[in-house]
Ligand binder design. Structure first.
Ligand SMILES: Cc1cc2nc3c(=O)[nH]c(=O)nc-3n(C[C@H](O)[C@H](O)[C@H](O)COP(=O)(O)OP(=O)(O)OC[C@H]3O[C@@H](n4cnc5c(N)ncnc54)[C@H](O)[C@@H]3O)c2cc1C
Length: 289
């Protein structure tokens, strides 16, 4: 049962931030409600004020500039991202990820800001965006600040958002030349959250060696898990099947998955090793191409 609350519908960002400041001790932001309403219905969250930011047009945009990179406003829906030509052209991995996120109904209403602010370690966008070195802009009535998405994800359903702050924008730098990026989740039901997931981004130098690499695992710990030992292992090296096998082994060791009704910890570690190896190989091939 959902407890009573006062519903507030600001018509501008300024008004929303003022309302948040006024009620910051006992309010919650709602955007698409795809995650929030579930926990409210379960009685896990009770609030006096619900501030609905879904219709704030100032936060609904996709901008791209080769120098500045990609900027996605917080209230942009998953469907808008998956059908954006500019994202398709410059960040195909984001489109591929969004295509497999939930059902079309959820993608039509759920937003990128809501997804990231929810802090669910099985959420799809965070791992891919961290692999792409994304930043996130947050703000309150007093101003804004930008932090890496990696630092924004703090713990299981916990982010670096402070009282009165909301997510404003996701920022993704333009990938360097010769960069490939891939993402795959393993799930039993199409359109469901992944049992585990892996994202990889590989940049090659002129000689075909690894210049830079990121490997980020989803649902492999309380927040997206960057496998830095793999990144160190691959930097400066050439394409080598043995290295990818070693990378998979390290990834399965360096994550912290749990056992739950969907899978055991051991099974998750195995899957994460397989996906890491596969994503790295595919990202490398893409970077060469
Ligand atoms: C059936 C189903 C299947 C799903 N499958 C997937 C899946 O496969 N992969 C996946 O990643 N997700 C999945 N989800 C989750 C869903 O896609 C996301 O949670 C959704 O994008 C959240 O966006 P929202 O706008 O609906 O957020 P809301 O539900 O409105 O809010 C979620 C949380 O974020 C906060 N919030 C919202 N916007 C902001 C903001 N701008 N600033 C600060 N805080 C904010 C709210 O206060 C709340 O705590 C699924 C959900 C459902 C119902």
């Amino acid at each position: 049962m959902i407890h009573d609350f006062t519903y507030l519908k600001p018509s501008s960002l300024k008004e929303a931030l003022t309302m948040l400041e006024e009620h910051k001790d006992d309010c919650k932001v709602i955007c698409g409600g795809q995650s929030l309403l579930i926990i409210m219905r379960q009685g896990l969250l009770v609030t006096d004020y619900l501030i609905d930011i879904k219709h704030i047009k100032e936060l609904d945009y996709i901008q791209f500039d080769a120098k500045a990179g990609l900027k996605i406003g917080a209230t942009t829906t998953h469907h808008t991202i998956e059908t954006s030509d500019v994202i398709k052209k410059n960040y195909p991995v984001l489109v591929a990820m969004e295509n497999k996120l939930a059902s079309i109904q959820v993608r039509n209403w759920g937003t990128i800001g809501g997804n990231l602010a929810h802090g669910d370690p099985s959420g799809d966008p965070a791992s891919v965006l961290i692999a792409l070195k994304a930043n996130i802009k947050v703000g309150n009535a007093k101003g804004g600040r930008t932090l890496t998405l990696e630092d924004f994800c703090v713990d299981f359903f916990e982010t670096a958002l402070e009282e009165g702050e909301i997510v404003l924008e996701v920022q993704v730098p333009t990938p360097e030349a010769k960069t490939g990026a891939t993402y795959q989740k393993f799930n039993l039901l199409e359109s469901d959250q992944g049992m585990v997931a892996a994202a990889a981004a590989v940049t090659l130098n002129g000689g075909g060696k690894c210049k830079d690499v990121r490997v980020v695992l989803g649902n492999a710990g309380p927040k997206p898990v960057r496998i830095k030992r793999v990144e160190e292992l691959l930097r400066g090296k050439g394409y080598d099947e043995k290295l990818f096998a070693e990378a998979g082994k390290i990834a399965s060791e360096d994550c912290e998955p749990v056992t739950d009704i969907h899978a055991s910890e051991e099974h998750r570690r195995h899957l994460l090793g397989v996906l890491t190896k596969r994503m790295l190989k595919q990202a490398w091939e893409q970077a060469k191409g």
